[in-house]
Ligand binder design. Structure first.
Ligand SMILES: Cc1ncc(COP(=O)(O)O)c(C=O)c1O
Length: 466
């Protein structure tokens, strides 16, 4: 429409008018002055006509240097929330984003977070810049929480820890380090994986490929496939592993399988790269959920670990996490840390302080730490109850004999339903259940009252849509 107005104006105007001159690039003023030319120049033939404002705007829009920029597609995960907001049906249910909700389906701020924030106010802490690597007290406790305070990697100062912009930003710092210091090295990611992993490595120009993970026949782990693919990867590849509560499948290797995975990674001189976004949230125990990372660390391997406090402390919008690189010596760790800082400085200079202080206060204070563990157990417990109720509803309502027990075997926030894209579309279009198109539902966004409704939606989509 704007271009129609423009071309009509251009063809109707005398060839010497400022409009045509500007369109031909002959204007007296730069394109940045187009708007002001029309407003100030009393001699302009269009000035007294009503359409003057429209024409000047149309010119300004049409000479944009940004014409080649196309509309980006909505994000497959965050776009689900946007679609949910636009739906007015009262039955609607948002199971798209992995964010914890109360039984009333409301966002939840942990009590320990409020207490830690009060402490910050009482102490009157300032808002000075943090160093590039982040808050020292945070970096200390975050590494201890991950590896265990008594781990040799801590006492030998072999971990380079840098505060990052939550899990995503920490993964990105690591991706840039890989691109710089391991040119051409591949990152192997699970198929499927969290939707943002591919974006992160693509944007950092790190080549990646997938290893088999999910077996649709068993709705379980394709362990043989996983091992074969890790073995077949070029020596020295980075193997991205979800520390616990694999997203999107909710399927984790057993402790024996983790040992075998570590064997193969060691044999092939690969570098394990853990993404730990759910520590404490999967089982309710911080130690249990860190067992995979600790197993690799105890073998003396060099490891990357990205951490996030979005889920376990509910600090989604504070953007607090860390990248930890376990090295073979103190000296190497110091060098790696210096390079991580060098990567961070031109990206965002230094990280935000608020979330870092919350984590440092909660983990560093024995009473708050215990309260946090209790709250985490409460959150994990609510999700487990919802998981059980969904399974019970599915088995009592579905008379086809389908085995739904995979839902109980999965762990963490998510359930991978096995529904395909068409079936997932039916969940949304017919039942107003918003979820990602890979069939993942976030049980953290479900409550006991809605389990039966969800079971009806899943049964209908599974049996009546192919
Ligand atoms: C596997 C995984 N890694 C990383 C993240 C990063 O989240 P954030 O950047 O909010 O910490 C998420 C969040 O959903 C995730 O599921």
């Amino acid at each position: 429409m704007a271009s129609n107005v423009l071309s009509a104006a251009a063809s109707a105007s005398p060839s010497t008018s400022p409009v045509t001159d500007l369109l031909k690039g002959k204007g007296r003023l730069g394109s940045g002055n187009v708007g002001s030319l029309f407003i100030k120049d009393k001699g302009n033939p269009f000035l007294n006509s009503k359409s003057c404002g429209r024409i000047s705007m149309a010119v300004a829009v049409n000479v944009s240097r940004f014409e080649a920029i196309t509309m980006a597609p909505p994000d497959p995960i965050l776009g689900v929330s946007e679609a949910f907001k636009a739906d007015n049906d009262e039955k609607k249910l948002n199971l798209g984003v992995g964010a914890y909700r109360t039984e009333e389906l409301q966002p939840y701020v942990l009590d320990v977070v409020k207490k830690a924030e009060n402490l910050m106010l009482e102490r009157g802490e300032n808002k000075e810049y943090l160093p590039i690597e982040g808050l020292a007290a945070f970096n200390k406790v975050t590494a201890e929480l991950l590896f265990g305070a008594d781990s040799p990697v801590i006492s030998e100062q072999r971990v380079a820890t840098v505060q990052g912009l939550s899990g995503t930003g920490s993964l990105r710092l690591a991706a840039v380090l890989i691109e710089r210091y391991f040119p051409g090295a591949k990152v192997l990611i699970s198929s499927p994986t969290w939707g943002n992993h591919k974006n992160i490595f693509n944007d950092a120009r790190v080549p990646w490929s997938e290893y088999r993970y999910y077996d649709p026949k068993t709705v379980g782990l394709d362990f043989e496939g996983m091992i074969e693919d890790i073995k077949a990867a070029p020596e020295g590849s980075f193997i991205l592993l979800h520390g616990c509560a694999h997203n999107p499948t909710g399927i984790d290797p057993t402790p024996e399988q983790w040992e075998k995975i570590a064997d193969v990674i060691q044999e092939k001189n690969h570098i394990p790269f853990f993404d730990v976004a759910y520590q404490g949230f999967a089982s309710g125990s911080l130690d249990q959920d860190a067992a995979s990372v600790r197993l690799f660390a105890a073998r003396g391997m060099e490891i990357f670990v990205a951490q996030s406090y979005s889920k376990n402390l509910g600090l989604y919008s504070e953007r607090i996490g860390a990248i930890n690189v376990v090295c073979s010596s103190t000296d190497t760790a110091a060098r790696v840390k210096s390079q991580l800082k060098r990567i961070a400085r031109p990206m965002y200079s230094n990280p935000p302080i608020h979330g870092a202080r919350i984590v440092a206060n909660v983990v560093g204070d024995p009473a708050l730490f215990d309260e946090w563990k209790a709250e985490m157990e409460m959150m994990a417990g609510r999700i487990k109850r919802v998981r059980q109720k969904l399974y019970d509803s599915l088995t009592s309502k579905d008379k086809s004999g389908k085995d739904w027990s995979f839902i109980l075997k999965q762990i963490g926030m998510f359930s991978f339903t096995g529904l395909n894209k068409n079936q997932s579309d039916n969940m949304t279009n017919k039942w107003h259940v918003y979820m990602t198109k890979d069939g993942r539902i976030s049980l953290a966004g479900l409550n006991l009252a809605k389990c039966e409704y969800l079971a009806d939606a899943i049964i209908d989509s599974y049996h009546n849509v192919s």
